[in-house]
Design a protein around this ligand. Structure first.
Ligand code: SAM
Ligand code: SF4
Length: 336
């Protein structure tokens, strides 16, 4: 299947245009969140399989200059453990037209890195934090690093990486009683909180719909303490539905990927740490740009392959289809 010869944008058969590129910088991580990966970790990609810093910058450059990408988000695994992160951000910030640049991180080491990242051109961060309780954090992530995440959040604000967004996944019986407390915490610090429904993307294939905490449950829990009104701001392609808290201006978001899918408005394209384009988190197909790049393909050929990969994007993730198959790679390898 070949994409039409529409130069300049990543469009699919349903007319969706990808503007937002998620780049995984590594599949490795220094936490072991139970809903993401097993305690022993995973068989990590070999160094030779990973795109080099220069290869990443070249591919992001093609996406920005030739394919209409305006937002670049670095993720993983844990992007802050990639040694070249600051240099990659700096090179991407020098691209014309300059994309907006953000990072999704677990926050470990962010306190130290935030000023250098800001100076390199990073615009903002999303920091993942699922609990306010140190013991629970240790249970959920299998590492006693709660204080480092809190310090990372404060460091991000101090460095001007704002607005700082906080991503939270609620797990039934573990931290599902914390929604209002997490919102109070976020309001007190000026962070924008977004709850994410747990998705079938864990390496252990342990996801179970019946135990997933749904968007409706999260909203009901918040409504017991706060007045939530629909945010009048245009949602656009943003995955989070947002609500004004107690009249605003503070907001809270819920990403109901499973029960309130937003596939019809999706504007994402993904590049894995080993150079594969994925049209969707849940795609079962990947398109190998690394092989083509290392075989000497020029920018026009790489752009053509990227367009073809996106043209084949499916209408939706199909989690509710009886035929749904969880992708072979977990979220930590695809880039969350
Ligand atoms: N390590 C970084 C972090 O934790 O922010 C970036 C990668 S992580 C895969 C990105 C986001 O995906 C995090 O907010 C994490 O909580 C979330 N996540 C991981 N596994 C998930 C799952 N099965 N369902 C929903 N969200 C998940
Ligand atoms: Fe690491 Fe992020 Fe997965 Fe947690 S969610 S194990 S921090 S990649």
């Amino acid at each position: 299947m070949t994409a039409p010869t529409t130069d300049g944008v990543l469009v699919d058969r349903y007319g969706r245009v990808a503007r937002d590129l998620r780049v995984s910088l590594t599949d490795k991580c220094n936490l072991r969140c139970t809903y993401c990966m097993p305690a022993e970790g995973l068989p990590w990609l070999a160094g030779s399989q990973l795109l080099s810093d220069d290869e990443i910058v070249r591919l992001v450059g093609i996406a920005v200059r030739q394919l209409g990408i305006t937002e670049v988000r670095f993720t993983g695994g844990e992007p802050l453990i990639r040694p070249g992160l600051v240099d990659i951000v700096s090179a991407v910030a020098a691209l014309e037209p300059r994309p907006r640049i953000s990072v999704t991180t677990n926050g470990l080491g962010l306190e130290r890195l935030a000023p250098a990242l800001r100076a390199a051109g990073l615009d903002r961060v999303n920091v993942s934090l699922d609990t306010l309780d140190r013991a629970r954090f240790t249970q959920l992530t299998r590492r006693d690093r709660h204080a480092d995440v809190l310090a990372g959040l404060a460091g991000a604000v101090a460095a001007g990486l704002t607005p700082v967004k906080v991503n939270t996944v609620l797990i039934r019986g573990v931290n599902d009683d914390e929604a209002p407390a997490l919102l109070r915490f976020a309001l007190a610090h000026g962070y924008e909180l977004r709850f994410i429904e747990q998705m079938p993307l864990d390496a252990q294939h342990g996801w179970d719909r019946t135990t997933m905490v749904t968007a409706d449950e999260i909203l009901a829990a918040l409504a017991r303490e706060f007045t939530l009104t629909p945010d009048p701001a245009e949602r656009g392609a943003a995955p989070a539905e947002t609500w004004l808290v107690d009249g605003g201006p503070a907001r809270v978001g819920v990403i109901g990927s499973v029960t309130r899918p937003f596939c019809g408005d999706c504007d994402r394209t993904r590049l894995t740490a080993d150079g594969q384009v994925r049209a969707c988190l849940f795609a079962t197909e990947e398109s190998d740009l690394r092989g083509a790049l290392r075989a000497g393909a020029d920018d026009a050929e790489l752009a053509r392959r990227w367009r073809t990969a996106m043209w084949g994007k499916r209408a939706g993730h199909g989690i509710d289809d009886p035929t749904f198959l969880q992708p072979a790679r977990p979220m930590s390898a695809i880039g969350g």
